[in-house]
Design a protein around this ligand. Structure first.
Ligand code: GLY
Length: 396
């Protein structure tokens, strides 16, 4: 009899637990819709204040004014990219026309061979534009951009060179993983295997040299361009060479999740899971799951959070949960969901008309350079909106 009551209790608990899951998802979908509505209204305000010749970048934290960027800055594509996402959600022609106008402004960067950031710049903008419109002119822009990016690949090193500046001979930053999606896309569309080869080789080399035994990553690896040997292990935007810069960890997580999607190479899935393990198991990851700007920042907990790192990680974790099963998948999904819930709260979400019409507050660009500290950032908005759309699509 006792055993029967116990079994009955277990069954009731299981029924209750499964009934809770859809309720939580329903609640989060409603929150995502509300936040996306708000995001669209913020960006419609932003459209009116950004001059035609530039792109919104951040806020000056001294005088509170909008800071803009020219088309060759690495963040140029995020504003049109966010507009495309918001158009996808709202079907509002005004947002689409603004996205088209801003894409036109950055089109010339397709020939820019001086930056590794062409993936960010062109794939987030024209990539989303092409996905939604199938405009053949956008496809041509993307293929030219992929060719330009490929010129930075050095087969001896096995990587795309990140910067042409700084003290390094051949610097590669973890962020560069994000630029590979442009190349895997280009290979699929053009049937030219060389783009895919470059993307995989870069990802493999990065896996070999950027990661520590705990699967945190260095920010910058300096290579010898002739021999491919590692010369330096440094940071540029983190607290120390040996520290775990929060956005860098998120770029790695997103990058390897994306590379698994694109190639189905299990090594990339394993790497993404190892990085997720580092982030989610970190003793200094705050309860709301939005990281401090560096996991090893001196002064934690009295240091700025980085909402951009939270947004990138949320988007990546939601995707990673789709490539895994059982409790592991649920762990990634729940963490991404929690990050989104936190970002949707007044602690991070702007109110109407404030924040220079950006959506999220409290990101950090580069604290060691005292640049963009505790401000909105255009890429925090982009990955936040992406993650909200992913949540809505995949929760079902
Ligand atoms: N790619 C530069 C950054 O994440 O700040």
């Amino acid at each position: 009899m006792k055993k029967l009551s116990f079994l009955l209790l277990c069954a009731l608990f299981a029924i209750h637990a499964t009934a809770q899951v859809p309720a939580r998802k329903k609640q989060m979908i409603a929150l995502a819709n509300k936040t996306l509505d708000f995001a669209a209204s913020q960006y419609k305000l932003m459209m009116k204040q950004v001059p035609d010749s530039v792109l919104p970048r951040t806020t000056n934290n001294k005088d509170g004014r909008l800071v803009t960027a020219k088309s060759n800055w690495w963040t140029a594509g995020f504003y049109p990219g966010t507009l495309w996402y918001l158009y996808e959600y709202t079907k509002d022609e005004t947002l689409k026309q603004e996205a088209i106008k801003r894409d036109e402004l950055i089109e010339k960067e397709k020939n820019n061979k001086g930056t590794h950031d062409l993936g960010f710049m062109m794939y987030c903008s024209f990539g989303n534009g092409y996905r939604l419109t199938k405009n053949p002119a956008y496809k041509a822009v993307l293929l030219t951009s992929a060719r330009s990016l490929s010129t930075r690949f050095n087969p001896k090193v096995g990587c795309i060179k990140s910067w042409d500046h700084g003290a390094w001979e051949f610097p590669v930053i973890i962020d560069n993983m994000m630029n590979l999606e442009l190349l895997t896309w280009a290979s699929r569309v053009s049937k030219e295997p060389s783009f895919d080869h470059i993307a995989r080789t870069h990802a493999n080399t990065t896996m070999l040299h950027h990661f520590r035994p705990d699967f945190s990553s260095y920010h910058v690896i300096g290579y010898d361009s002739t021999t491919g040997a590692v010369l330096n292990r440094n940071t540029h935007q983190g607290a120390a060479d040996s520290s775990a810069w929060a956005r860098g960890q998120a770029w790695g997580l997103y990058g390897y999740t994306m590379m698994y999607r694109e190639t189905k190479d299990k090594r990339y899935l394993d790497q993404a899971q190892h990085i997720a393990g580092f982030i989610l198991g970190h003793p200094r990851l705050p309860a709301d799951l939005i990281p401090y700007w560096d996991y090893d920042a001196p002064g934690i907990p009295n240091v700025p959070r980085d909402a951009s790192a939270g947004a990138v990680a949320a988007s990546a974790l939601l995707e990673l949960s789709r490539y895994t099963t059982g409790t592991i998948s649920a762990r990634y999904w729940n963490a991404g969901e929690k990050m989104l819930e936190s970002l949707c709260s007044p602690a991070y979400l702007a109110t109407a008309g404030e924040n220079n019409d950006f959506i999220l507050k409290h990101s950090v660009g580069s604290l060691p350079q005292n640049s963009e500290v505790d401000v909105p950032l255009t890429y925090a908005d982009y990955y936040f909106v992406e993650a909200l759309l992913r949540y809505k699509q995949w929760a079902k």
